[in-house]
Design a protein around this ligand. Structure first.
Ligand code: KDG
Length: 316
């Protein structure tokens, strides 16, 4: 069995129960846990991969809920630091019948934003096969950015493959220029870069999947593959060994919540890679989990176990 590691800010999320109501007017919410990288960790653990999740949590009710859920999902807690002097972030999520829901974050000064990168020296990298990083951890604070850079260094030192999802969150950045510069420079460190098509347009100025892929492949020796997420249409893959193809997505009749679909895509891709599948099959799995993810309200509630995944891919 292969081992996976990721780092990020976990959060509680309160998802409005009623659809198409402004967040300010919503009265009833259901609580879930969230955080892009934690979503990926949960999805991979659900598919029976061994998962290390690196983070810091407050010693508050959200922190306790998240700790319990991490354990319940069989994710290792050995690199989870409890920082009682800070709290754990949360966000509010609207429910909508079409498009993407409004979200509102309460996360500034969270425990994860104070993550101490010395923790990364304690990790046994000999046991890690793949590391997933995102632009969110890099955006939450200087400590977060330092941690992402340090983890890329550790990956290079130990020859571990990395995936990088830019995960643009504009409100977390001081300026758009800084965001673009930092995310593109982090992408240079990754083996596989995973931008969405809208992100590509913001980060390098084109909506052409091949041009986006070429930008990331040409800017770095580390980057071997670029996968451009096309939403329900699937994903475009280009790599340095001549692959240049589009994998078609799955159509979904009833979309409940699009948040968490990109993380679901990462789950499918990474689990396919850990299972040593060819990249096209891993991307097909990624599209399947993205499609399953949008059919439920929490970020990660729609991610399948192996049996559900197999059934969905067979039937669709
Ligand atoms: O991808 C899902 C995330 O957007 C959500 O869980 C919250 O981590 C989060 C973020 O910063 O957006």
């Amino acid at each position: 069995m292969k081992n996976f590691l990721t780092i990020g800010e976990p959060m509680a999320v309160f998802s409005a129960d009623q659809a198409d109501v402004e967040l300010a007017d919503a009265q009833h919410f259901t609580k879930y846990i969230a955080g892009a990288e934690l979503n990926v960790a949960i999805g991979l653990a659900r598919l029976q991969h061994r998962v290390e999740y690196v983070t810091a949590l407050g010693n508050d009710p959200f922190g306790v809920t998240i700790q319990n859920e991490i354990k319940a999902n069989q994710i290792s807690t050995q690199y989870v630091e409890i920082m009682p002097e800070y709290w754990t972030g949360f966000y509010l999520k609207q429910r909508v019948t079409t498009g993407d829901p409004a979200v509102y974050f309460y996360r500034q000064n969270s425990a994860a934003a104070h993550f101490d990168s010395d923790m990364l020296d304690k990790v046994d990298y000999q046991k890690i096969d793949l590391i997933h990083l995102t632009g969110i951890m890099a955006a939450i604070s200087d400590n977060g950015l330092t941690a992402v850079k340090r983890l890329f260094e550790k990956a290079h030192e130990n020859q571990i493959s990395t995936t990088f999802d830019p995960n643009i969150r504009k409100p977390l950045w001081a300026s758009e220029t800084e965001m673009i510069m930092t995310l593109n420079s982090l992408a240079k460190e990754a083996t596989i870069v995973l931008p969405g098509i809208n992100e590509g347009e913001i980060l390098m100025g084109s909506r052409d999947p091949e041009q986006i892929a070429d930008f990331y492949l040409n800017q770095s020796n580390h980057t071997q593959t670029a996968i451009v997420k096309l939403g329900p249409a699937g994903a475009y893959i280009k790599n340095k060994t001549g692959l240049n193809t589009t994998v078609t997505g799955y159509s979904v009749r009833h979309v409940v919540d699009t948040v968490g679909a990109g993380d679901g895509f990462a789950v499918g891709l990474i689990s396919g890679l850990l299972d040593e599948q060819p990249i096209e099959s891993a991307v097909k799995r990624a599209c399947a989990i993205g499609a399953l993810a949008v059919q439920s309200a929490g970020d990660s509630e729609g991610y399948p176990d192996n049996e559900q995944l197999e059934q969905f891919m067979e039937e669709n």
